[in-house]
Design a binder for this molecule. Structure first.
Ligand code: GLU
Length: 543
């Protein structure tokens, strides 16, 4: 077979050669050890938390080694195409301080010399490489329709795997130049498939960054490189792009692990070195029954990165939580360095926890509470306002007009050795502090205590003072004693029957009257912010 002639017949219009293309993609000038990573999502219209998890690894790996982190949009599957794919991803990455060094915005700016960064704009490049493989006898045209023949052949081949190479039985593999010419003349569409030289009975070894050394069956399939619309498959495009763009480490989901042997063969056919691989585990969560289930966009809102934005989680809390899931030594490091910047953590991309990571919102909430507890009230306010502008426009005017009041609310119990840890997302602010914006509508009082509660509140109207915290508390105690409540706790414990309760009970009743709740931040601070008039009004509403 004259493969050169075959290549010309299949790609008569392809002008650029692989050599010419490769001149445009020179070796990157990087410091020693500098890793080049890429985030390469298919455009789906949203960003999955699992993708973000991978992007964190990519970003950290590149940034900590003086390398490059770039964004490539893998949009060759027309059925899944969504416009503005890179904008969606860039928006998410930007919010988390992980803007890629190289990227392309649809129809607009391109930053970086290794583009285009949209695969659909690289068709000519893939064709040149496919043409080269055909010319070298390593790939062949396949005229089988997707639905007929091909599936059949694949199936047979799989059944005969133990026989090793059975490609001779493939109808397209052995077409003559004349038959191919005839097909082309008849206007038949063709795909380009790899002429596998592999042996399905052999095993190859992969040294995976996350999973260690794995043995997998060698590839023996004549996998499709270009589909019959002449767009590349993931397998081929990834090999071509990661070669040209100089990727040194591929971080991708473990669902790609089974096709790794095929990728070995494609790189070998291209005669180009293969990057290192880190196959990341899928994210799971626990369902109501305590079983592990895959995090899915259809069932779990937190699978979509918009969830965290809408709910108003601080960005560093989510990154921190994911770093926890990525590197198992993160938690110990954080305990030793409670306020250190995340970039100070000795991240190790090759020590990724190989176990199934379980994404637990409660854990994120705890990390987030901790994170926010270190904010100043002003920083809280700015974050709250930013969240409201995007997600709760009806509250923006109020927040802007009441900046001082809102900041003071956010400052209750904050500047203390043990600052409060109640807020974990900005969307909870108005519910958490509903009593700061109007008298409560429900009250946490036991029916059996209602009488006692009302008696205390009625009496308290005469004792209310907010002149100082000391004076306020002295008056509460004075009233407590007069009403028959113990002000000395040791005495109360010795002889509880002698009293109606203790001062703590009296404070609880006052707290409930003002906030509706048995638990709240510092009551005196709350009352001071509300003002004496409003506090009196609320007491009068009760008794
Ligand atoms: N487009 C592929 C995906 O979304 C990328 C896999 C890779 O990073 O190589 O799964």
């Amino acid at each position: 077979m004259d493969y050169q002639k075959l290549a010309e017949m299949l790609f008569p219009n392809n002008k650029m050669t692989v050599e010419e293309i490769e001149k445009k993609y020179p070796k990157r000038d990087l410091p020693k050890g500098g890793e080049v990573t890429r985030f390469a999502p298919s455009p789906t219209g949203f960003m999955h938390l699992g993708g973000f998890y991978q992007a964190i690894i990519d970003f950290n790996l590149a940034k900590r080694t003086g390398g490059v982190f770039y964004l490539r949009i893998e949009d060759t599957d027309k059925k899944r195409e969504v416009t503005g794919a890179s904008e969606i991803v860039m928006d998410v990455l930007g919010r988390y301080g992980m803007t890629p060094d190289e990227y392309q915005l649809k129809g607009g700016v391109t930053v970086g010399d290794y583009g285009p960064y949209y695969q659909t704009e690289r068709a000519e490049i893939y064709h040149a490489y496919a043409k080269k493989l055909v010319a070298e006898g390593k790939a062949f045209p396949c005229f089988c329709k997707k639905t007929e023949g091909l599936a059949d052949v694949q199936e047979k081949r799989e059944k005969n795997f133990s026989l090793g190479k059975i490609e001779e039985k493939d109808p397209c593999r052995n077409l003559t130049l004349e038959q191919i010419e005839e097909n082309l003349k008849a206007g038949k569409k063709f795909a380009i498939r790899l002429k596998s030289a592999g042996d399905g009975t052999k095993k190859i070894k992969l040294n995976d960054g996350a999973k260690g050394v794995i043995e997998i069956q060698e590839n023996a399939k004549d996998a499709i490189l270009l589909k019959d619309d002449l767009m590349p498959t993931y397998h081929f495009a990834h090999a071509v792009d990661d070669t040209l763009m100089g990727t040194t480490v591929v971080v991708r989901g473990e669902e790609w692990l089974p096709s790794y042997p095929l990728h070995v063969e494609i790189f070998a056919a291209l005669n180009r070195p293969q990057p290192k691989y880190i196959h990341t585990p899928l994210l799971y969560k626990f369902n109501e029954n305590g079983n592990k289930i895959k995090l899915s966009k259809r069932k779990h809102p937190e699978a979509d990165m918009r969830f965290f934005q809408n709910e108003g989680y601080p960005t560093e809390a989510l990154v921190e939580y994911l770093l926890n899931l990525i590197n198992s030594n993160f938690e110990t490091w954080r305990k030793q360095n409670p306020t250190a910047d995340l970039m100070e953590f000795p991240f190790n991309a090759f020590k990724i926890t190989a176990n199934t990571p379980i994404f637990d919102l409660m854990k994120l909430n705890d990390i987030s509470k901790e994170s926010i507890s270190h904010y100043s009230a002003e920083k809280c306010y700015e974050n709250l306002l930013f969240w409201a502008k995007e997600n709760s426009p009806e509250n923006v005017e109020y927040l802007e007009k009441q900046r001082e009041f809102v900041t003071k609310i956010l400052n209750i119990d904050r500047e203390k050795p043990k600052p409060r840890k109640d807020i974990f997302k900005w969307s909870m602010f108005f519910d958490l502090f509903d009593y700061m914006f109007g008298a409560p509508k429900t009250f946490e009082v036991e029916e059996s205590e209602r009488k006692a509660y009302e008696n205390v509140i009625r009496a308290y109207k005469k004792y209310l003072t907010l002149s100082s915290k000391e004076a306020w508390f002295e008056n509460v105690k004075k009233m407590a004693a007069e009403l028959g409540y113990a002000t000395d706790n040791a005495e109360y414990k010795k002889n509880p029957q002698a009293f109606l309760g203790n001062t703590a009970k009296v404070c609880e009743y006052i707290r409930v009257a003002i906030t509706g709740r048995k638990n709240s931040p510092d009551l005196f601070e709350i009352m001071t912010l509300l003002g004496e008039k409003e506090v009196q009004r609320r007491l009068s509403l009760i008794a």
